[in-house]
Each structure stands twice: as structure tokens, then as C-alpha cells.
Design a protein around this ligand. Sequence first.
Ligand code: FHN
Length: 498
Amino acid sequence: MREKQGRQWIVAGAAAVGLLVGLFVVASCQRQTKIRPVEKATTTAVSSEQAMADKEQIAKKEQAAREELAAKREQAAKDARMAWWRDARFGMFIHWGLYAVPAGMYKGKRVDGIGEWIMNNGKIPVADYEKYAQQFNPIGFNADEWVRRAKSAGMKYIVITSKHHDGFCLWDSKVTQWDVMDATPFKRDILKELSAACRQHGVKLCFYHSIMDWHNPDAQAPFYPNYNDTSKSNPEFDRYVETYLKPQIAELLTNYGPIGVMWFDGEWIKDWTEPKGKDMYAYVRGLQPKIIINNRVGKGRKGMEGLSESGEYAGDFGTPEQQIPPTGLPGVDWETCMTMNDTWGYKSYDENWKSSETLIRNLADIASKGGNFLLNVGPSPEGLFPRAIEQRLEDMGKWMAVNGQSIYGTTASPIGRPEWGRCTAKGDRLYLHVFNWPADGKLDVPLAGAKPAKAYLLADRKRASLPVAAEQDKVTISVPANAPDAIDSVIVLVTNKK
Ligand code: FHN
């Protein structure tokens, strides 16, 4: 009985608890129903904010991808434009103009400094300097011979001074009489003849053009006759740029066929600015879209070191002058220009010639660092290359005829500067330029983990294999007792690496 009563109490209690829980649930459901609209609004706001952020993120990513693609396309277009120049590695610089007439002498005295600066260094007044034009009659000039000499030296392009700082023009310019046609008895368009010869021999013609101009009054006023006062500005400089410099560039890039490089200089003057450089760069590319332009078109060059400052400067390649960078410069196009003696323009008494050995080794050194070598000649007032120049060109040509493939189309050394010489690379080949032939007949190449397939001397027409032994950190090539070339013997090492 008691048990039955107890069970009844339990059932009643459970029912009461169930009722209470039910009431609580209903009440809380009602409460929830009341707050739902507010919460829904907040959730909607959060999710639309999220959607916006997602959208922005996607837009940013898309923009970055577009920019990356554009940069890649730009790089690919530049690579295509630079291809011949990177392949060429070796060119001829020609400084020729009226300064060849005084040839380093003024009023019976030697004038110090480089020959093409004689107007400035000798403080020669414009009117006096103009008289040299009457004496400029280089009847020995033979464009065909110049180009043949460059080509047989192994040079693939020629950069000639269309106009140097003295303002004198080697072509028939329609905007001035200060040119070879109007001011001299010679009356032959030197650039026309050169462009025909270059076309015939497959050598690229390129123009050096000075922005600084000591002859045009708009470019050197108001301190005439001090035409090279770089501390002051020329009020009419813009007129010089728009009505003289640019029209001349248009003549050069319209009347002489495709031009390989427009090589500017004299950009350091106060009046020339980076925006002017960028404008000129665009102007030149507008006239010949495939042309290459050096970094002296703008203000980016670091003095004679010649490479460009980091930043947005105009120009396709750096221009070290009379020096070779100590190491390779990955991703940078550069070209060392250098004289054979101590002057660019002809000086009758400068006999301080670099040896053929130095010039050949310079070429190998430059190629081993991924650069080009633009080697200067200064023809005489008769239009001839001095014999010392011819000799050096011939020596280089002989060496290039055997070893050219170790220069053309190569890239920088992957093994730095080995103690015995230099190294250039192309595909699976290393070209070992041995300046110091090993006395013990063993050439150590610091190549870790290499599996060389073959080694042979470029000078050996039969390409006979040289014994090669690979160790963990080096490859040792057994070489003949005597160097085939006392200046630079090239060994090809086929590395099995593509
Ligand atoms: O002033 C000229 C010089 O005469 C010569 O033309 C060299 C060649 O690079 N560039 C200038 C100096 O940088």
C-alpha cells in the first residue's frame, strides 16, 4: 500500500517537473522568437561585410596576377629585343669627327686629355674650331673596309659617333649646316656609306649621339663662348631638344635602315633630366620599336662605373666606361666600353696601346661576367685605322676564329673566377679560358658533383677527348704539356647538365 502511495507521489512529482520544464521551454522559445529579427540583421551585416572583403581580396589577387602577367610579357618582349645584342658580346666603337684633324695639337702644342675633348681642353673658341671642318677631307675612308675589319675581328656590331660633344654631324642633317655635307670639302654622307656596308656584311649599325652639344647656341648659351659650363642652365635648352636634337634623332632612325642601338652620352649636363630621358627613350622606341637604348639616355648611370642606379631609370643596359665590373651581375645587361690606347678620338702621338693579350683577356673576362665588350677605334683624319689598331683587330680576329663559340651567346661563369683564368657557359657546356696553363698538366675545375661527359680543346680540330676525372668537389682535366694559345686556350667541358 505504502509502495503504491510512494509510486503515485513519484508520478505526480515527475509530472510537476515535466510541466515546469515545459513551461520554461515555451517561455524561452517565446524569448528566442522575440530576439531573432535583431540577430538575423547582425548576421546578414557580418556576411555581407565578409562578402565585400572576399570580393576585394579576389580583385587584389586578380590585379596582382594581371600585373605579373604584364611584367612577364614586358620581360619577354625585352628579352626578344635584346637577344641579338646578348648573343653578340663583342662590338666596335668608332669615335670619329673633326677632332681627328687637330689630333691632340692646338697652336703647335699638345693638349692634355682625350682627343675628342680638344675643343674644351684646348679652350678653342667655336669660330676657331669651325675651321677644322674645311680641313676634314678623309679621302682614305672606305666604309666597306672598316666593316670588314670589324667583322673579321669577330665584332657583331658597330657604334659610331653620329655626333660627339662638339656637335659636328657625320651625316647629311637637314637641321644644320654643321655637318659633313655642308661644312666640309668631303661632302659624303659617312653614315649612309657605313649603313650600306653594314647591311652587306651583316653587321649591326648603331649610333652614338651626344646630348650635350658645344656648338648649338641653344644648348650652350648663355655663357658662350664657355660652351661647357655645367654649373648653369640654358634657357633655350628645350628649344634645342625639340627643334634640333629630336629631329636629328628622327633623321638617324628614318634614313639609315634598322639601327641596333641608340647609344646616348653627354647626359650629365644640368639641363638634361630623367623625365627628358624617359621622353627620349619613348621617342626613339616610337621611331624604331626594336631598337636597344643605353642607360645614358636618362640620369641613371653611376658615373664611370656606368651601371644604373636602382629605381625607375630609362635605358636597356648599363655602360661601364674604361672598367670591367669585378663580378658578374645576374639579371643585368651591361657593356664595357674601352679604348685601345688612352683616347677615344684620334691623337697622333698617343702610343700607349694595350696589348692584344690584354684585349683578348678583357673580352673573355667581360663575357665571363655576362657583359659585352665595346672596343674603341679612333680613325685618322684621312679615314684610316692606325696600324696599331689594325694589328690588334687582326690578333683578336685570329683568336675569335678559333674560340668565338666560347664568347658568342654565352652567359656568366657558374664557377666564379678560377685562379687559372675565366669561364663562360652555354647550355651543357662550360668554356674554360685558361690564361695560366698548369705546369703539372692538371687543370682543376671547381665543380661539385659534376658528371662531365667530355672535355676537348677548341683549338683541336679533331676534338680529341682529354682525360677527365670527377671528384666530389672538383673535376680534373689532364691537359697537354703546352698551351695551344699563349693568351687564352679554351677547353670545352661538356657537363651533362642541360
Ligand atoms: O665624354 C665622353 C667621351 O668623350 C667618350 O665619348 C666616352 C665614351 O664612353 N663617353 C664620355 C664620357 O663618359
